[in-house]
Design a protein around this ligand. Structure first.
Ligand code: 5RP
Ligand code: FE2
Length: 228
């Protein structure tokens, strides 16, 4: 699969969201960070904004739910128009049931792991998912520095995906930029969220293209990709 670049609107101008969505034409997905001020110490947006955004752009929405009780709320984000819904493993009461419900409603089901959450306990659950998100910062804010110490976890996750022959996307989120994306791709990521690196650029659409080129050339030389 080609590398996917998902700009995070957390770094966009929230008063001009429709225009900001159009400014990244060519992006694979638009990453929408939903924060509830309980699971993370920040508050962003909810279902009504996702509904409006889904009407305003043809780019599919990748909703990252940083909230408590995703079992209750995630299905509503599918109904609001999200094409992919990510809940946190640390917050979900019944992750298998929730992933099945998201899929049954017609969206891709994804689960996120905070930096201190290991992937190994979730090995048997991976076939229930369409994507796994390895956080490369502590969730809650854009513009943080990439955590290099997450690279071994990205590698281990890629090994588990290969071991089970799964068609599972591996997303990284937090501090992904021109300076870090190649290391993520070499370690096994194939979906890249970038907020400040895209919306902080003079030309966001060009930043998306440049990040994709970097990721694809790093992937082409990576051992995990050669093995496929
Ligand atoms: O989930 C997130 C933070 O919790 C954001 O998606 C992420 O931080 C993107 O911003 P940046 O690329 O600037 O780090
Ligand atoms: Fe995110």
């Amino acid at each position: 699969m080609a590398a996917q670049i998902n700009p995070s609107i957390l770094s966009a101008d929230f008063a001009r969201l429709a225009d900001e969505a159009r400014a990244v034409q060519g992006a694979d997905w638009l990453h929408v960070d939903v924060m509830d001020n309980h699971f993370v110490p920040n508050l962003t947006l909810g279902v009504p904004v996702v509904e409006s955004l889904a009407r305003a752009t043809d780019t599919p929405l990748d909703c990252h739910l940083m909230m408590e009780d995703p079992d209750r709320w995630a299905p509503q984000y599918v109904e609001a128009g999200a094409g992919s819904v990510t809940f946190h493993a640390e917050a979900a009461a019944a992750p298998v049931r929730l992933a099945r419900e998201i899929r049954a409603k017609g969206a891709r089901a994804s689960m996120a792991l905070k930096p201190a959450t290991p992937v190994e306990p979730y090995e048997d659950l991976l076939p229930e998912l369409d994507m796994i998100l390895i956080m490369t910062v502590e969730p809650g804010f854009g513009g943080q520095a990439f955590l290099d110490i997450m690279l071994p976890k990205i590698r281990r996750t890629r090994e588990l995906i290969s071991k089970h022959g799964l068609d599972l996307w591996l997303q990284v989120d937090g501090g992904v930029s021109a300076g870090t994306i190649e290391r993520c791709a070499e370690a096994g990521a194939d979906v890249f969220v970038a907020g400040s690196a895209v919306y902080g650029a003079d030309d966001p659409a060009e930043a998306v293209r440049a990040l994709r080129t970097q990721a694809e050339s790093a992937t082409a030389g990576a051992a995990w990709a050669c093995a496929h």
